[in-house]
Every structure is written in structure tokens, then in C-alpha cells.
Design a protein around this ligand. Structure first.
Ligand SMILES: CCCCC/C=C\C/C=C\CCCCCCCC(=O)SCCNC(=O)CCNC(=O)[C@H](O)C(C)(C)COP(=O)(O)OP(=O)(O)OC[C@H]1O[C@@H](n2cnc3c(N)ncnc32)[C@H](O)[C@@H]1OP(=O)(O)O
Ligand code: TJR
Length: 377
């Protein structure tokens, strides 16, 4: 193990990165709160300010992936579509089997200049996660309870609000609705069977309602669907803790650009279209598992320095008060003050650990584990 790798695995380094992330994140959340009056004066300006503030948070995690762990992200796509990435609004459909798939998504957003404005249809529980979840309120992220009766109205309304969004955005949809586990796969294939649909090997059966409502409400706003399929080389199972430890992964992303007007408007036809898309995605994963690559050429956008510069800025800003606090603490000699500080640090460390836990599949929700009657048709 080289010196740098040894350094990256040190708990103190992780503690410092988490300190910077948490403190800068809370400062940014506070600044976002301060933009509330601006929404009344100029909504577009408030949105642009929040895009930049949001960038300061999400790009820290991107920096951890790109610069700290050095993870390589290869893009498989056709060069003609590549020209349009980052220059149009698009709906991104991505498979959901890895703990850091959202982070790889963010990395591509960063490389195409749409990180601050990126959007997602996220489960409501994530809106309570400090820093990231709170930031999302100000970025007009669309939340769902995964209860269609409630979601159909709220999701449509939130999507309608994006009609006059001032900057290009990618709207991410994990149509599988939850992360892949063997149990969820087995149950969703029972549903597929009951609906007379072909079985999928690498994906859960997609939930079609969210896709349909998104396409319908973003017609005229978004111009394309980016069908994206992600995998990692040599059966790597990447984790956020691995990234913090400086572990390097190798992500491959296959993106096909599909013009939005090719997607049927009728709900049933749109659902059938999505099921067909997932059958195709399954064949791409089969191709990947056999050959170790996706079909077609690779055109990889280079990583940009901004995420690193942003992280260095916040680190240098927050290093000084940390050193000051520690020296004052030690020189005070007060056992009580030291004890209180240790308790506060442990609480913050547990808090971050809980946040990281949100990304772990083993701690995932039970959504999609309910057995359904076989004759559902
Ligand atoms: C190019 C690189 C990428 C760029 C990245 C861009 C942006 C990045 C931005 C942010 C990154 C941060 C990412 C954060 C990640 C957070 C992600 C999440 O939180 S995922 C979870 C939330 N999202 C979703 O669930 C979306 C998909 N779900 C849906 O669309 C649902 O339909 C719904 C709208 C949520 C409603 O759900 P509900 O359960 O109420 O209804 P359903 O219609 O889905 O269910 C009834 C329907 O499903 C059938 N059924 C029953 N059981 C199953 C089963 N196990 N599997 C499949 N289907 C099942 C049932 O028979 C019903 O069928 P039918 O519709 O025919 O009646
Ligand atoms: C410099 C960087 C330092 C990093 C410090 C640590 C930061 C911790 C950050 C936590 C970030 C939390 C973001 C949550 C995003 C999780 C995305 C996700 O994958 O959600 C799962 C849902 O889709 C489905 O849920 P399940 O039904 O599978 O259950």
C-alpha cells in the first residue's frame, strides 16, 4: 500500500471530510433559507442562486468520487447524441442496483455542466436527510410517497413547475422504484409473470406510472429520454464507505438518446413502451456480463476541476476555525469542555454514519417485498 492510499484509509481524514461536508452543508442550507424572500421578488434569480448553492454541496461528493477515490467513469454513447448532452432538458432512466449509482449520475451531470440543476423523482424519506435532503427543497426536487393515489397529483404539480426552469436540467427516474435485491427481484418477476411480461434477469419490473406522468408533464419542456444503463467492471460492488476509503472503482455507463416525441402519449402504450425498454436494457446487461463492455463507441467527457476547487475552498475556510477550536480546547484544560466536545463530535460522526446508511442497500426499504397474488391480470 502506497503512502497516499494509506492516508486515504485513515479515520482522521474521513472525519475531516465529513466535518467539511456537514458544516459547509449546513451553512449552505442556511444561505438557501435566506433566499426565500428572493423567490417573491425574482423566482428565476432565486433558482439560479440555488443552483449554485446546491452545486457547492453535491460537487463535494462528486469530488470524493472523482478526485479522492479516482473512480473512472466511461461513457458509451453515439457521438451525435453526445453533442446535445448538457444543452437540452432530458429525462434520464437509470437502472438501480448499486449503492453509488446516484453519485455516478451526479458525476456525469458535473461533466456536462448540469449538476446544480439536476433533478430526480425521489422517495419522500430522503427529504429529511440533513444537508442533501434539505438542499433538495430549494432545488425543486420532486418527491413521491410511492403511493400512487397521493403521488399522481403532487408529482404532476411539481413537474409542471419546471416548465419555466431557467437552466438545462436532467430529470432522473429510477423506474424500478427501489434498489435491486434478490428478494425484490423474485417478487417483481412474479408480477411480470402475472402480467404476461417476459422475465428480466438484471432489473426489477419497472413501475410505469411515474414514467408516464413524468413524460406527460415534461412534454414541451424536455426534448429527450436518455436511456442509461450502469455497471461496474469485474463485478465490483461499490459503496460510499469504499469511496471515503479512497477505493477506486470503474464505472461504465451506456446512454441512448431517444427523442421524447417517440414515446406514446396513451398511458397503456407508454407502459408497454417502458417494459420493452427494460427488456432491451436487460440485453445490454447480458452483453456487458459476457464481454465486459457495452455496444458502440466510448466518448468519455473529462473530469473538470471545479468540484475539487470547491472542496479545497470549503476545506481551507473551515480548517482555521477547527484548528482554533482544538488549540483553545487543549489549552483550556477543562475536562468538562473536552468531554462536551467529544460527545458533540461523536454525535456528528454518528449522524454522518446514518446519512451514509441511507445509501446502503442492506438498510434499504421493504418497498417491493410484498408478495402479490399470481393471477393479478
Ligand atoms: C446520465 C446519468 C444520470 C444523470 C443523473 C441525473 C440526475 C441526478 C439527480 C439526483 C441524484 C440523486 C438521486 C437520489 C436517488 C433517489 C431515488 C429514489 O428515491 S428511487 C424511489 C422513488 N422513485 C420511484 O419510485 C420512481 C419509480 N416509481 C414509480 O414510478 C411509481 O409508479 C410511483 C409513481 C412512485 C407510484 O408508486 P406505487 O407503488 O404507488 O404505484 P405503482 O404503480 O408503481 O404500483 C402498482 C403497480 O405496480 C405493480 N406492482 C406491484 N408490485 C410490484 C412489484 N414488486 N414490481 C413491479 N410492479 C409491481 C402492480 O401490479 C401495479 O401495476 P399496474 O400499474 O399495472 O396497475
Ligand atoms: C466529501 C464527501 C464527504 C461525504 C460525507 C458523507 C456524506 C453522506 C451523504 C449522504 C447522502 C445521502 C444521499 C442519499 C441518496 C440515496 C440515493 C438512493 O439510492 O436512495 C435509495 C432509493 O432510491 C430507493 O430506496 P430503497 O427503496 O432501495 O430503500
Amino acid at each position: 500500500m502506497g503512502f497516499l492510499q494509506l492516508l486515504k484509509s485513515q479515520f482522521l481524514c474521513h472525519l475531516f471530510m465529513c466535518y467539511v461536508f456537514l458544516v459547509s452543508g449546513l451553512i449552505i442550507n442556511l444561505l438557501q433559507l435566506c433566499t426565500l424572500p428572493l423567490w417573491l421578488v425574482s423566482k428565476q434569480l432565486a433558482r439560479r442562486v440555488n443552483i449554485r448553492l446546491g452545486y457547492c454541496i453535491s460537487s463535494q461528493m462528486v469530488a470524493a468520487l472523482e478526485w479522492w477515490s479516482g473512480t473512472e467513469c466511461t461513457l458509451y454513447t453515439d457521438p451525435k447524441s453526445y453533442q446535445l448532452y448538457g444543452k437540452e432538458n432530458a429525462i434520464v432512466v437509470l437502472n438501480h442496483a448499486f449503492e453509488i449509482d446516484f453519485l455516478c449520475g451526479w458525476t456525469f451531470c458535473e461533466r456536462f455542466g448540469v449538476l446544480g440543476s439536476s433533478k430526480v423523482l425521489a422517495k419522500k424519506d430522503l427529504s429529511y436527510v440533513p444537508v442533501i435532503g434539505w438542499m433538495w427543497y430549494f432545488l425543486e426536487i420532486v418527491f413521491c410517497k410511492r403511493k400512487w393515489e397521493e403521488d399522481r397529483r403532487t408529482v404532476a404539480e411539481s413537474l409542471q413547475n419546471l416548465h419555466d426552469y431557467p437552466e438545462s436540467f436532467w430529470f432522473l427516474l429510477f423506474c424500478e422504484g427501489t434498489r435491486f435485491t434478490q428478494k425484490k427481484h423474485q417478487i417483481s418477476m412474479q408480477v411480470a409473470e402475472s402480467k404476461g411480461l417476459p422475465k428480466l434477469k438484471y432489473h426489477l419490473l419497472p413501475r410505469t406510472k411515474g414514467f408516464w406522468v413524468t413524460v406527460q408533464n415534461l412534454r414541451g419542456t424536455a426534448t429527450a429520454v436518455y436511456d442509461s444503463t450502469l455497471n461496474f467492471r469485474d463485478k465490483e460492488t461499490p459503496t460510499l464507505r469504499g469511496i471515503l476509503n479512497g477505493k477506486k472503482y470503474h464505472a461504465d455507463l451506456y446512454v441512448r438518446r431517444i427523442p421524447l416525441e417517440l414515446i406514446p402519449e396513451d398511458e397503456a402504450e407508454c407502459a408497454a413502451w417502458l417494459h420493452k425498454l427494460y427488456q432491451e436494457k436487460d440485453t445490454f446487461q447480458e452483453h456487458y456480463s459476457k464481454t465486459g463492455r457495452y455496444p458502440g463507441p466510448t466518448v468519455t467527457p473529462p473530469r473538470r476541476p471545479w468540484s475539487l476547487i470547491n472542496w479545497l475552498f470549503w476545506s481551507s475556510l473551515l480548517l482555521y476555525p477547527l484548528v482554533l477550536l482544538l488549540t483553545q480546547l487543549i489549552s483550556s484544560g477543562s475536562i468538562l469542555t473536552i468531554l462536551v466536545t467529544v460527545v458533540l463530535c461523536s454525535a456528528a460522526s454518528l449522524g454522518v454514519s446514518w446519512m451514509i446508511g441511507q445509501t446502503e442497500i442492506d438498510r434499504g426499504s421493504t418497498y417491493g417485498t410484498k408478495e402479490v397474488p399470481l393471477n393479478n391480470n
